[in-house]
Design a protein around this ligand. Structure first.
Ligand code: GUN
Length: 292
C-alpha cells in the first residue's frame, strides 16, 4: 500500500480561483481588496514567503503593498507603522511576516494591529473568539489544513486527531478549530509537544496526524498508524549540494518512510505551504467585505 498524495498545490489553486471570483465582485462595486505586507530585515526564508504571498495577491486581483523597514527599526516605529496601516481605509489586511528581529516584541506588534485587519488571525481577540467558537479570522495554516483534509476527501467528524507541536500560530489554533462543534470539526484532539511522554504511543492512535514541530524528518514510520492521514506542516531547509541553491526543503515527516504506511499524506513542498497562502487570500477578501 502507498499513501494517497493530498496535493496542496491543486487545492490551493482551486481556492485562489474562488477568491478571484469574489474579488471580481468586489471590484464591480468599487472596492479593490488590499493587503499591506510588512517584511522587517532581510531573512531569505521570510523574503521568499512574502514574495509568494504577493504573487498570489496578483493572481487573484488583490492589491499588495510592501513595507520593508530595516532590521534595526525601533519597536516604537514599528507600532507607528502598524497604526498608520490600521487607519488607512484603503488597506483591508495587514500581514507582518514573522519572526521579527529579537529587539521587537512580537506580541506587542500583533496587539497593535486592528483585529479587523488581522488576516493572519494572530491577534489575541481573534484567537479568543476562536476558542469560544465565535466567527473570527482563523490563522491561515490551521484553516488551510482543514481545507486540505475536507477537499482531499476526508472528514474530521469523530476522528482522533493528534497534533505534534503547540505553537501559537499552528498547534494551538489548530486544536481550537478542530474541537469546535461543527461540520468541519467535531474531532477528538490530542496536542503533544517536546515534554510529552511516550510520544509514539500517542501518535500511533491518530486517525489524522498533524506534524508541526519544526524538526526535519521527526515523524518516523513507527509513529504512524497504518492508514492514517498525515499532514506535514514543517518546512525545513536542510543542506544539500545537489540543487544549485545548496539546500532542499523537507518536512517534519520522514516522507519516504511514512508514505508506505499512511492512508494519505501531504508532500513538502506542495502540501500545507500553498494552503497557508491561499487562506491568506480568503481572509483578505473577507476583510474587504467586512469593511463595506
Ligand atoms: N511566519 C511563519 N509562518 C507565518 C505565517 O503564517 N504568517 C506570518 N505572518 N508569519 C509567519
Amino acid at each position: 500500500m502507498s499513501a494517497k498524495l493530498i496535493d496542496g498545490k491543486v487545492i490551493a489553486a482551486e481556492i485562489r480561483q474562488e477568491v478571484k471570483a469574489q474579488v471580481t465582485e468586489l471590484k464591480k462595486i468599487g472596492v479593490t481588496p488590499c493587503l499591506a505586507a510588512v517584511l522587517v530585515g532581510d531573512d531569505p526564508a521570510s523574503r521568499s514567503y512574502v514574495a509568494n504571498k504577493r504573487k498570489a495577491c496578483d493572481e487573484v486581483g488583490i492589491q499588495s503593498v510592501l513595507h520593508r523597514p530595516p532590521a534595526d527599526l525601533s519597536e516604537q516605529s514599528m507600532v507607528e507603522l502598524i497604526r498608520e496601516l490600521n487607519h488607512d481605509p484603503n488597506v483591508h489586511g495587514i500581514l507582518v511576516q514573522l519572526p521579527l528581529p529579537r529587539h521587537i516584541d512580537e506580541l506587542k506588534i500583533i496587539e497593535s494591529m486592528s483585529p479587523q485587519k488581522d488576516v493572519d488571525g494572530f491577534h489575541p481577540i481573534n484567537l479568543g473568539k476562536l476558542v469560544i467558537g465565535l466567527d473570527s479570522f482563523k490563522s491561515c495554516t490551521p484553516a488551510g489544513i482543514v481545507e486540505l483534509i475536507f477537499r482531499g476527501g476526508y472528514t474530521t467528524e469523530g476522528k482522533h486527531i493528534v497534533i505534534v507541536g503547540r505553537s501559537n500560530i499552528v498547534g494551538k489554533p489548530m486544536m481550537n478549530i478542530l474541537v469546535q462543534k461543527g461540520r468541519q470539526a467535531n474531532a477528538t484532539v490530542t496536542v503533544c509537544h517536546s515534554r510529552t511522554q511516550d510520544l509514539p504511543a500517542l501518535t500511533r492512535q491518530a486517525d489524522i496526524l498533524i506534524a508541526a514541530i519544526g524538526q526535519p524528518l521527526f515523524v518516523t514510520a513507527e509513529m504512524v498508524k497504518p492508514g492514517a492521514v498525515v499532514i506535514d506542516v514543517g518546512i525545513n531547509r536542510i543542506e544539500d549540494n545537489t540543487p544549485a541553491k545548496g539546500y532542499k526543503l523537507v518536512g517534519d515527516v520522514d516522507f519516504e518512510a511514512v508514505q508506505p504506511i499512511a492512508g494519505a499524506i501531504t508532500p513538502v513542498p506542495g502540501g500545507v505551504g500553498p494552503m497557508t497562502v491561499a487562506m491568506l487570500m480568503v481572509n483578505t477578501a473577507r476583510a474587504a467585505k467586512m469593511a463595506l
